[in-house]
Design a binder for this molecule. Structure first.
Ligand SMILES: [Mg+2]
Length: 358
């Protein structure tokens, strides 16, 4: 049974900046940077004027200040951005189609059941502009992967519709990094194999990819480089927990190196949770030893947090209290019990411990 799928990805343009400009119209046309004013903070969003100076998301704020000394720096007001995001999502909910919200400003819509999906998205972006004063970019395709890449292709105010075959052709010379899920490490390994474009990646056979990257990652690289994706738009996916973990090429024994890894992971996790407008209060670490024993340790803290420093401090304390008895092959940090869920056991002063079966 072949079923026609029409998936859209809607991504607000420079969301935090655009929301700030609504209440600070005097800053329009100026290089505006939204970043926390702390030593290790990174840029959350930069206006298109600031981007001309080379300022970009996730760049250290200190670097952004050097690149753009005349920039206007504002601290993020997450409560306000969440409010505005709810207004955007409320307009989208009126369509009555399945949606999957990825962050405050990104959402997938499954338009397969609609007679006029393209017109629906044109009308939706017009409503968002007219009623909320905000711009969005839209990608439409047969799956989430095409929709996501298409929504990024012509920002701001992009509206790009592609089949998988058209996406293959249009992005043939793009870096493999264009594909969500292909991170810097995979791209680096591909570069080592002489692969710097998606077209070149598609020349590698399935068997070669599987033997180099493992069966499931190899298969995913094969499918995704062809813009095939069977992932569903799922409201249930609204996450119960978020985590970051890495497996090492060489097992780690040095405690200081483990601490460094945990700190880096906690900071990335905090940044991602914060970007989604979430805050959690259970923080856990996962440690897999060289004999494949997996240990998880969790702690529930007093208040909800999205602060990378607080997540790192708790994760480091858990690691210090549970020094791995053997070399470590995998390390991870997880956060759960988000603010909109019912508070969960265990109580704040108890540290539960689980020993997963390997
Ligand atoms: Mg956006």
């Amino acid at each position: 049974v072949t079923e026609r799928r029409v998936i859209a990805h809607l991504d607000m343009d420079a969301f935090y900046v655009s929301v700030e400009l609504l209440r600070h119209p005097e800053l329009r046309g100026k290089p505006l940077v939204i970043a926390w004013d702390t030593a290790r903070s990174v840029v959350t969003t930069a206006s298109y004027e600031a981007r001309k100076f080379g300022v970009g998301s996730a760049m250290p704020a200190s670097r952004a200040r050097r690149l753009c000394p005349q920039g206007i720096f504002l601290a993020p007001d997450m409560a306000h951005y969440r409010d505005v995001s709810r207004q955007v999502m409320a307009l989208i909910a009126e369509l009555g189609v399945p949606t999957e919200q990825m962050s405050l400003d990104e959402v997938y819509l499954d338009l397969s059941g609609l007679e006029f999906p393209v017109q629906t998205m044109t009308d939706l972006t017009r409503r968002i502009r007219d009623e909320l004063g905000l711009d969005a970019s839209v990608g439409i395709g047969p799956n989430k992967l095409v929709a996501k890449v298409a929504s990024d292709a012509e920002k701001p105010r992009g509206f790009v519709m592609l089949s998988s075959e058209q996406a293959v052709e249009r992005f043939a010379e793009a870096s493999p990094r264009l594909i969500p899920g292909i991170g810097p490490k995979t791209a680096e390994r591909l570069r080592g194999m002489g692969v710097e474009t998606l077209a070149r990646l598609r020349e590698l056979g399935l068997e070669e990819l599987r033997s180099r990257f493992g069966s499931s990652s190899g298969q995913a690289l094969y499918e995704r480089s062809r813009f095939r994706d069977s992932g569903r738009v799922s409201e249930e996916r609204a996450r119960k927990s978020q985590s970051v973990e890495s497996t090492f090429d060489t097992d780690i024994t040095d405690p200081e190196e483990l601490q460094r890894m945990i700190r880096g992971q906690a900071e990335r996790l905090g940044a991602s949770v914060r970007k989604k407008g979430m805050a959690g209060r259970t923080i856990a670490i996962k440690v897999r030893l060289d004999d494949f024993t997996t240990i998880t340790r969790a702690k529930t803290i007093d208040g909800f947090t999205d602060d990378p420093e607080a997540i790192a401090a708790t994760a480091l304390a858990l690691l210090a209290a549970n020094p791995p008895p053997r070399p470590v092959r995998l390390l991870g940090v997880r956060i759960a019990s988000f603010a909109d869920e019912r508070p969960v056991k265990p109580p704040a002063d108890q540290t539960p411990s689980l020993l997963d079966a390997a």
